[in-house]
Design a protein around this ligand. Structure first.
Ligand SMILES: [Zn+2]
Length: 479
């Protein structure tokens, strides 16, 4: 007996539970991909599966819909695997344990994979039904979305005839996403030289910084741990001599760094505590609203002779951390409140060889994103280093005219009796990449209510799944 049996919509939830019962975190989607292929074969549907595991399943138009424009229903096969520390599930091999809690489906101790198993479930339920009217339906299911949109980047869409695409990877019912930023990772590396110096060894580290997602939360104005250490050293430079031994901070290019630390030497230890305190006051004045608990903590060690950065190398490090751009660069003039271009110095390290910084760049405009990349490269080169570009993905520009958007808004008003929210986001979605593969592709992204995705608290609303199911059917039934 399935956990979700007895709940509606029955077919969608039945497929959803099947999907939950197959392990499918990123890079481990093969079994789920094969399950979709088997599903298609059993129903005699045209199906393509590539080496990565991306799947496309096609169902011809139902009678009377042969002349209606084909449509793609799209989602991703992989999920983020996160769990509470005490959970014993090996998410690469074992399935999650599905639970129902009131109106919510959740998983015991792990992420659920509603992001994006629900899109796969809707797709399969549409393909499975013989009582739903629709034009030619092309269900596109990608792998490795959560680790950098890899499946979408590699997929061949030449078997698709549709020039309309509904992506079901959004998380709030009644909010349609109609554009997103493109991205690029830029790695900068500037070689450094060392020399020997004697002094008191000190360590400074960040504490209480909130960090966050470099796309969605870049406009919160939160302090970047890497940059704040750089600023601390420039502050210190005005007051006393010091030498830098090494530094490190951040975990990922697209995460605003919370934790950063540095080892340094000072000649005169007597004033250092009060200087750190003065800096913390500055931090509190400027970031008290966005990061109320952010501060730097100092630990003072013993006098020692150590390898430290040469005078020129130290100046270069201060120039990188204080001079390279970071955070929101421009706001959109078209759409109020939308960040247009931003970057985040997500990872930084200073060792005996080099200072390395890894940035995540985002922009609604390809040209602005590339200009920012070239700016970083220019600064790195002037300082004797270099920059390299990785993981470039295109944005999804807001289309001033979109028939699909109008159709979706009309149907939404009919079913819900109110206007939907239509927005452009400053994070990446597969729609950007997919629309670069089909000339003139008209896209929209939507999804049922989900909460705390990518965490063990992830949950999805059953009643919202049911309303979206009715809504999707109504959109497909349009001629
Ligand atoms: Zn997703």
């Amino acid at each position: 007996m399935k956990v979700l049996s007895g709940y509606e919509p029955a077919t969608v939830l039945s497929f959803f539970e099947d999907i939950c019962n197959i392990p499918h975190i990123s890079y481990h989607e093969q079994e789920l991909s094969d399950y979709c292929v088997k599903f298609a074969k059993e129903r005699g549907l045209y199906c393509e599966q590539d080496e990565l595991g991306n799947v496309i399943i096609v169902k011809e138009a139902t009678p009377g819909y042969e002349r209606v424009e084909p449509i793609i229903i799209q989602g991703h096969l992989d999920m983020v695997g996160d769990k509470v520390p005490e959970c014993d599930i090996d998410m690469t091999k074992e399935s999650v344990r599905v639970l129902v809690d009131g109106d919510y489906i959740t998983a015991d101790g792990t992420t659920l994979g509603g992001d994006n198993g629900i899109a796969v479930a809707y797709g399969l339920a549409l393909l499975d039904a013989d009582d739903i009217s629709h034009p030619r339906l092309e269900v596109v299911l990608t792998v490795s979305e959560e680790v950098g949109l890899e499946g979408a980047t590699a997929i061949d869409l030449s078997c698709c005839q549709a020039k309309r695409l509904i992506n079901i990877d959004s998380e709030e019912e009644g909010v349609f996403t109609v554009g997103c930023a493109g991205g690029l990772r830029v790695d900068c590396r500037i070689p450094l030289e060392m020399t020997q110096k004697t002094g008191t060894v000190c360590e400074i580290r960040t504490t209480g910084f909130l960090g966050g997602h470099s796309g969605i939360e870049i406009d919160r104005g939160r302090a970047n741990g890497n940059i704040m250490l750089g600023r601390f050293f420039l502050f210190l430079k005005q007051k006393m001599n010091f030498e830098i031994l090494k530094m490190e901070g951040g975990v990922k290019d697209n995460v605003i760094p919370k934790n950063a630390k540095a080892l340094f030497l000072v000649e005169d230890v007597s004033a250092i505590n009060s200087i750190v305190e003065a800096f913390n006051q500055v931090l509190n004045i400027e970031y008290g609203a966005s990061d109320p608990d952010a501060r730097l903590e100092l630990a003072v060690g013993d006098v020692d002779t150590r390898e430290v950065l040469s005078a020129t190398s130290k100046e270069k490090v201060l120039a990188v951390l204080n001079g390279m751009p970071n955070g929101v660069q421009t706001m959109s003039q078209d759409l109020k409140g939308l960040v247009e271009t931003s970057l985040n110095m997500g990872v930084m390290s200073v060792d005996e060889e080099a200072i390395t910084t890894v940035f995540s760049l985002r922009s609604s405009h390809e040209s602005a994103k590339m200009h920012l990349a070239e700016t970083l490269k220019q600064i790195a080169e002037v300082l004797g280093g270099e920059a390299s570009y990785h993981g470039l993905y295109p944005g999804w520009p807001y289309a001033r005219d979109s028939k699909l958007r109008e159709l979706c808004i009309k149907n939404y008003k009919e079913q819900y009796g109110k206007e939907p929210v239509v927005e452009v986001i400053h994070a990446g979605l597969e729609c950007g990449i997919l629309s670069s593969k089909i000339e003139g592709l008209d896209c929209i992204s939507m999804g049922p209510n989900m909460y705390d995705v990518h965490t063990p608290d992830e949950r999805i609303s059953i009643s919202s799944i049911a309303r979206m199911w009715e809504y999707l059917k109504a959109v497909l039934a349009e001629k």
